[in-house]
Write a protein of this length. Structure first.
Length: 276
């Protein structure tokens, strides 16, 4: 099954970003394997080149994280422990790719430039093709969800009433540990970003359970809605909790996040919908 967030193979979930990146690397290696002798690259040099690719992956990973941290340094300085929370998916993709590429060039500076150029051209072709396919998948989920839900007072609320302002929709449940961990971050964000609407759509729980949870944890969430059948998640292709969707003022889906949000990851995505 293919969704907005990942490719699902039974119980295995393959995130789009990582899947596209790994496929681009693997296909580039395959092309290199069948062409290195044509460029008069010895078996020893080819083995060293392959080793440099996987070490470049680690260099790129660290660089991507460092780049993201530096770009959001003001937020991380307020919450420094979150620098270690790499589960927030706070990586700057293009900083990572650039640093990994430079690492490969430096480690293989004795090889013919034409061979290295072929490897990078193959990587670019497969990576760009993968990104294009991903964007086509995303198109079916880009419209603001048209669903009718109820609030804690059992009043019906059309989700489309939030159109007109940047909106963050969080799908959550009180039994979900990462949902509980990120809730204070989202609670604080309501005050930090007053021009952004935060809508909390609880999944498959009743009003009493939700109210009890909010009172126990002293959370003052402005918009809490109940989705008894998980309709919103189905319409948006989000099959996991917590899931957060980021819409601009025109109701276009700009970004999504599955898993726990940190202050910096949330800040980066909110800035995207505000600037659109």
């Amino acid at each position: 099954m293919i969704t907005a967030q990942a490719i699902h193979l039974g119980p295995i979930m393959l995130p789009w970003g990582l899947t596209i990146l790994m496929l681009a690397i693997l296909m580039s290696v395959v092309i290199g394997k069948f062409s290195f002798q044509y460029f008069a690259v010895s078996n020893l040099q080819w083995a060293a080149f392959k080793d440099s690719i996987w070490s470049a992956f680690l260099v790129g990973l660290l660089s991507a994280r460092l780049g993201f941290v530096l770009l959001n340094l003001d937020v991380y300085l307020e919450h420094p422990i979150e620098i270690l929370k790499i589960q927030d998916k706070g990586f700057h993709l293009y900083v990572g790719i650039a640093c990994a590429g430079l690492w490969i060039v430096w480690k293989n500076r004795s090889l013919k430039k034409s061979f290295i150029s072929l490897f990078f051209a193959a990587f670019a072709l497969f990576f760009i093709s993968g990104q294009y396919f991903y964007q086509q998948v995303q198109l079916q989920y880009q419209q603001f969800p048209q669903v009718n839900l109820v609030n804690l007072q059992q009043e019906h609320v059309e989700l489309t009433q939030f159109l007109g302002k940047p909106t963050v929709i969080n799908l959550w449940a009180s039994w979900c540990p990462p949902c509980r961990r990120e809730m204070p971050v989202l609670n604080d964000a309501q005050q930090r970003y007053p021009n952004v609407q935060f809508v909390f759509i609880n999944q498959n729980e009743d009003a009493k359970t939700v109210q009890t949870y909010l009172q126990q944890h002293k959370l003052n969430l402005h918009w809490v809605l109940l989705d008894f059948d998980g309709v919103t998640a189905q319409k948006m292709g989000m099959f996991g909790l917590p899931s957060t969707l980021f819409f601009n003022a025109q109701g276009k889906l700009i970004d999504t996040h599955m898993g726990e949000l940190t202050h910096a990851a949330l800040h980066q995505k909110v800035q995207r919908i505000v600037s659109e």
